[in-house]
Design a protein around this ligand. Structure first.
Ligand SMILES: O=C(O)CCC(=O)C(=O)O
Ligand SMILES: [Fe+2]
Length: 234
């Protein structure tokens, strides 16, 4: 359903943006009604394998739920269709960082690799933030196998459904101060970003930076996001 939409993006431009800055925005990936329908799944029993209250773990304030398999059709489709658009850059990043793993062309093959390594649990998730909630800087790592790029989709409309709650990323650079990036998103926009490490071209070859992402404090209203992580979890 979203395949044609994904094919219509300027992938060479998005890829170089992601490579140069560690993130890239896919504007209007979902329609407002797809956003509302997806956010409306949050309270549905039987859809999710676990529920995390962030304050209980020191992760921030707010909550999220990991979907169970089978994923909702829209998110399953996006996970399958986005993966091959990102796998080439993911392999190049590993090559430039001296990491051996390269990524197969299809998400089904990559999931088979995760499952054979014991990472069998689905990682796509829905997050919900109310007034005062925030998501501390973190990395979504769930085992040895890591697909280096992930995607988050904003399901609520800033200024209308909520205020505050900006998607933020930091890059920790070796022996230097960290760089911060705030990514402006509208409802239905998706941001693709580095999960863990990425290579940065310097004057003497590439060096490695460590990324973390999070969400600043929601000042008012209710904010929902869907997260698409391509590796599964232990
Ligand atoms: O709510 C957000 O924008 C961030 C969600 C997140 O941490 C994720 O998708 O991994
Ligand atoms: Fe995350």
């Amino acid at each position: 359903m979203t395949d044609a939409r994904i094919a219509a993006y300027d992938w060479p431009a998005l890829t170089s943006e992601l490579d140069n800055t560690g993130c890239a925005v896919l504007s209007g990936l979902l329609t407002p009604s797809e956003c509302r329908d997806t956010a409306a799944l949050y309270p549905e029993p039987g859809r999710f394998r676990s529920h995390v209250i962030m304050a209980r773990h020191g992760f921030g304030k707010g909550e999220y739920r990991y979907f169970d398999y089978p994923l909702p059709g829209l998110l399953a489709g996006l996970r399958t269709t986005l993966y091959p658009r990102l796998a080439g850059l993911a392999s190049q990043w590993n090559e430039r960082m001296g990491v051996d793993e390269r990524f197969p062309e299809s998400h089904a093959s990559y999931l088979a690799r995760c499952h054979a390594a014991g990472q069998t649990r689905p990682t796509p998730l829905l997050l919900q933030y109310g007034p005062g909630d925030f998501n501390c800087l973190h990395q979504d790592l769930y085992g040895d196998l890591v697909f280096p790029i992930q995607v988050a989709i904003l399901l609520s409309e800033p200024g209308e459904d909520f205020t505050g709650g900006e998607f933020c990323m930091t890059e920790q650079r070796p022996r230097m101060q960290s760089r911060v990036e705030v990514v402006p998103l509208r409802q239905g926009d998706a941001v693709a970003f580095a999960v863990n490490n990425r290579p940065v071209r310097g004057t003497r070859g590439s060096y490695r930076v460590k990324l973390r992402h999070g969400v600043s404090r929601v000042r008012s209203g209710l904010r929902h996001t869907a997260g698409i992580i391509f590796h599964d979890a232990c």
